[in-house]
Design a binder for this molecule. Sequence first.
Ligand SMILES: [Zn+2]
Length: 124
Amino acid sequence: MGLQFHETVRGKIFFEHQLPSLIKALNRFVDVFEMKEHHGMQEEPEEKRMIALYGKMQKIEGFKNLPCPRCGKEMRPELADNSYSRHEPVYICSDCGTDEAFMDTQGDVMPPDEWFLNSFKQEE
Ligand SMILES: [Zn+2]
């Protein structure tokens, strides 16, 4: 306890090396998913696609314990113990769930490009 996930050695490695390369790999797959799933639909901004893709990754066994895509904090090991976003097809930490609910009461939504996940977006 005490230390935040990103302050631990494992967290540091994750955020500085594993997550950026994961995001890079995801970016390469985005177009494939896009063609398969949004065929004939209006094109969504890349930030939204990244979040949707992350939502799929969360359900893959090998990708357990991913940080919250909205704020970067550690999430509960069981996906269902976290919050499901009201606006994007992805699980977020319960703090973010509360924050989303609060922002909703203000008629406000955090834009996808301000999500933690999208702060790692890299240009090829
Ligand atoms: Zn969060």
